[in-house]
Write a protein that binds this ligand. Structure first.
Ligand code: BTN
Length: 271
């Protein structure tokens, strides 16, 4: 059987990478979607835990809720990482979103810390897993899980980071590292950092460290602040307080009542 198209570039994995995540590193000049490519590899049994796929151009990037994810060829990051948890019940799958969001948060914060005074504190995670600088989105994450007999048999963590692009639609409320820092960033260094951060949070989770969940909550955008939502399509004001194990957002309304909401009920109002 021929391999999936397109063919990868012949590149060794970054030499200092000894951990599992990113050890099998595939670099593609162009692909429709790294998540789709990863799924194809998984189905063929050619991608195990830690396989990472980076594309320099993505022609049909997939976003959340069936949307298209656009990135600029040679300027941004489109990366998918395959993870294979052992014994993760489907109802606890949100931990994977937390691991991914924290890893992306950290690399974005690092890029800002180096170049902008106090920049790191402007980076927040917008539930469930967009990464913002102030109010603008710099990175998105699409997680696609394969559930078998009530457990997560495998997952594809797709990460798009706006790095050096300045071609962003004005109505997207998006930004890039370059726009925020005024300087170009080394994409391969960010990818290496991101793989190491994923490994770090994965290891913490495996070790049963409650800090993973706590740090995610600590970094939530608008936490403790009244903000506008849409609840079942209707305007709703509340303040995000916490997230439960199922990934539902706990929001306090203006009468002090706290309720848990799923993504299909509640979303932040568009700005
Ligand atoms: C979002 O809508 O915020 C999620 C965007 C996720 C985009 C990334 S880019 C790499 C990976 N491959 C895809 O097709 N999508 C994800």
């Amino acid at each position: 059987m021929p391999g999936p198209s397109p063919r990868p570039l012949e590149h060794p994995a970054p030499i200092h990478m000894t951990n599992q995540i990113g050890k099998h590193f595939i670099e593609l000049p162009t692909v429709d979607s790294t998540n789709r490519y990863a799924a194809e590899l998984m189905a063929r049994g050619e991608a195990g835990h830690g396989t990472a796929i980076l594309a320099h151009e993505q022609t049909a990037g997939k976003g959340q809720r069936g949307r298209v994810w656009r990135s600029t060829a040679g300027q941004d990051i489109a990366l998918s990482v395959v993870l294979v948890p052992k014994d993760l019940p489907a109802q606890d799958q949100f931990i994977l979103a937390q691991i991914a969001a924290l890893a992306v948060h950290d690399v974005v914060a690092d890029a800002l810390r180096i170049t902008v005074d106090g920049g790191a504190s402007r980076v927040r995670i917008k539930w469930p897993n967009d990464v913002l600088i102030d109010r603008r989105k710099v990175a998105g994450i699409l997680i696609e899980n394969e559930i078998v007999s009530g457990s997560v048999a495998g997952t594809i963590i797709g990460v798009g980071i706006n790095v050096n692009t300045h071609e962003l639609d004005a109505d997207l409320n998006a930004t890039s590292l370059r726009i925020e820092t005024g300087t170009a960033h080394d994409r391969m260094a960010i990818v290496t950092d991101l793989l190491a951060r994923l490994q770090h949070y994965w290891d913490r989770w495996q070790a049963g460290d409650p800090q993973v969940r706590m740090r995610y909550v600590e970094l939530l955008w608008a936490r403790g602040r009244f903000t506008e939502f849409e609840l079942n399509g209707e305007p709703f004001t509340g303040r995000p307080m916490d997230v439960d194990a199922g990934g539902r957002l706990l929001v306090e309304d203006d009468r002090g009542r706290v309720k848990a909401y799923d993504l299909d009920q509640l979303r932040f109002a568009p700005r």
